[in-house]
Design a protein around this ligand. Structure first.
Ligand code: G16
Length: 546
């Protein structure tokens, strides 16, 4: 322990169980005395070797980011850690933190973010631990952290000066070394090693090739400015809402049709940009749009997989692909054609980690606007955008043609997610229990015009370490390839969020120009009736449809 350190007596909090992606709570919860400190100490206590450990630390710049980093610094020195690598201004996008952990071979990292949840004094904050592979800690580690948090009696923190997070350079605090590093440079270099920037740059010089990137006042602003406007020579303003703000400008930094309104309006107007994209609070999500077309995240994954051979970083082929269970089966059809394995995992990027580390998969993605590859161990928003730009440049085609051609070849998995946010937890749990109880009885029966092929509660056995994750979502699959999935979100901070995932498979050409919601209407009706949504939640329509 360092000389000026204190051992502070504390009591455990009983609600520090990490969810789908770390511990997410309202800021006010984190500001309670000892709350953040307890969780950080719980993380430290689970490190295999605490003394001398090296960690990457950074966050999405939201309210409480800087305060939290100063606390982590003081606790790191008191606990005898060796080195912290911190993004300048406390800023690191989640994928760039993952890259830095891998590049500098640290013992992991602490990422401060509540991702797409709104920020500000009355909104949310979050913290998660990433392991030395750069990925979110798997369940056995999050369980260990939780279990530490439940028995914690004390934590260690030093009395120390504030470190200037805005100044690049090396600092020392007791025996702790601190390096404040450029948040963007390494990440930008990594992207240039995967994509043909010359080809993209030339392509974007062409007529009518204006692109727009909405950083949603979140962490990708500085990254997008550098990559689009400096390296790719796009005009200033290409990246807009590009200054990270403590409260994301009061917005909801979730890149979807509901929340990236400004971008969507541009993309669906007559003289809009020919390509548009957005990213979320911490830069790991992406939304892809062409002029007058939105590409669902599930389709995006399938299209990237089908066309990976034209991208320099992936030209040698894909080892395999993976998608989370609620993500549409569009990529499964591509994998079948390519003759590669397609893994179906529970929701949560952490489940891709083992597959990526074992070299079983190259690309993976989720319906929740996450796409990524083996270049890091997190989903990566800007990576997906650059992949698409490289694809457009290589094929010399607009987004709409690429999507339509894909559907002609593989059929269309029309897709939508209906979210019922902040419903009473008891009602949501009862809905899931009632559905679970009746699901096996649905098999072989008709539901509307559909015939149920299978109905189960998704369970996953990790093919690498054999760990089992049960109760990962209720699925009702129909004989024509359509599907309804019911899950409770693991990232919300108020009550429960019921997610209903609808997927209709069609090979009818007429359906390729149809509105997805029209195609999904019969499934939405079946979902509402089968799960008795109004009865259990008191709601007659979803809060958000994405
Ligand atoms: C996190 C996880 C994703 C997950 C998403 C939604 O994303 O990293 O793997 O798909 O939450 O999870 P849920 O449906 O449980 O709310 P992010 O971008 O919030 O870190």
């Amino acid at each position: 322990m360092d000389q000026n350190s204190d051992i502070i007596s504390t009591k455990p909090f009983n609600d520090q169980k990490p969810g789908t992606s770390g511990l997410r709570k309202p800021v006010k919860v984190f500001q309670q005395s000892h709350y953040l400190e307890n969780f950080v100490q719980a993380i430290f206590n689970t490190l295999p070797t605490l003394k001398g450990a090296r960690l990457v630390v950074g966050g999405d710049g939201r309210y409480y980011n800087r305060e939290a980093i100063q606390i982590i610094i003081r606790m790191a020195t008191a606990n005898g850690l060796g080195e912290l690598l911190i993004g300048q201004g406390g800023i690191l996008s989640t994928p760039s933190a993952s890259h830095l952990i891998r590049k500098h071979q640290t013992d992991g990292g602490i990422i401060l973010s509540a991702s797409h949840n709104p920020g500000g004094p009355d909104k949310d904050f979050g913290i998660k631990f990433n392991t030395p592979n750069g990925g979110p800690a798997p369940e056995k580690i999050t369980e260990a952290i939780y279990s530490e948090s439940k028995q914690l009696k004390e934590y260690r923190i030093a009395e120390a000066r504030e470190i200037d997070l805005d100044k690049l350079g090396k600092f020392e605090l007791g025996s702790l070394k601190i390096r404040v590093i450029d948040s963007v440079a390494d990440y930008s270099n990594l992207m240039q090693s995967l994509f043909d920037f010359d080809q993209i740059r030339d392509y974007l010089q062409g007529n009518d090739r204006r692109i727009a990137f909405d950083a949603m006042h979140a962490v990708t602003g500085p990254y997008a400015k550098q990559i689009f406007e400096q390296v790719l020579n796009c005009p200033p303003g290409t990246a807009f809402n590009a200054e990270p703000l403590l409260d994301f400008g009061g917005g909801h930094p979730d890149p979807n049709l509901a929340h990236a309104k400004e971008l969507v309006k541009q993309m669906f107007s007559d003289n809009g940009p020919f390509f548009g994209a957005a990213s979320d609070g911490d830069g790991d999500r992406n939304m892809i749009l062409g002029r007058n077309i939105f590409v669902t995240p599930s389709d995006s994954l399938a299209i990237l997989a089908a066309n990976a051979a034209v991208i320099p970083g992936y030209k040698h082929g894909l080892a395999g692909v993976a998608r989370s269970m609620p993500t549409s089966a569009a990529v499964d059809r591509v994998a079948e054609k390519l003759g590669i394995e397609c893994y179906e995992t529970p929701t949560g990027w952490k489940f891709f980690g083992n597959l990526l580390d074992a070299g079983k998969i190259t690309l993976c993605g989720e319906e929740s606007f996450g796409t990524g590859s083996d270049h890091v161990r997190e989903k990566d928003g800007l990576w997906a955008v650059l992949f698409w730009l490289n694809l457009l440049a290589a094929k010399q085609q607009p987004v709409i043609n690429i999507v339509q051609q894909h559907w002609q070849e593989f059929g269309r998995n029309a897709y939508a997610r209906h979210d019922y946010e902040e419903v009473e937890s008891d009602g949501a749990n009862s809905l899931m229990e009632a559905l679970r109880a009746k699901s096996s009885g649905l098999i072989g029966k008709p539901l509307g015009a559909f015939s149920v092929q299978y109905a189960d509660d998704f369970s996953y056995t990790d093919p690498i370490d054999d760990s089992i994750s049960n109760q990962q979502g209720l699925r009702i699959g129909f004989e024509d390839g359509s599907r309804i999935v019911f899950r409770l979100s693991g990232t919300g901070t108020q009550g429960a969020t019921l997610r209903i995932y609808l997927e209709a498979y069609t090979q009818e050409k007429a359906d390729f120009s149809a509105n997805a919601h029209e195609l999904l209407k019969p499934l939405a009706e079946i979902a509402a009736e089968t799960a008795q949504i109004t009865h259990f939640t008191g709601r007659d329509k979803p809060t958000v449809i994405t």
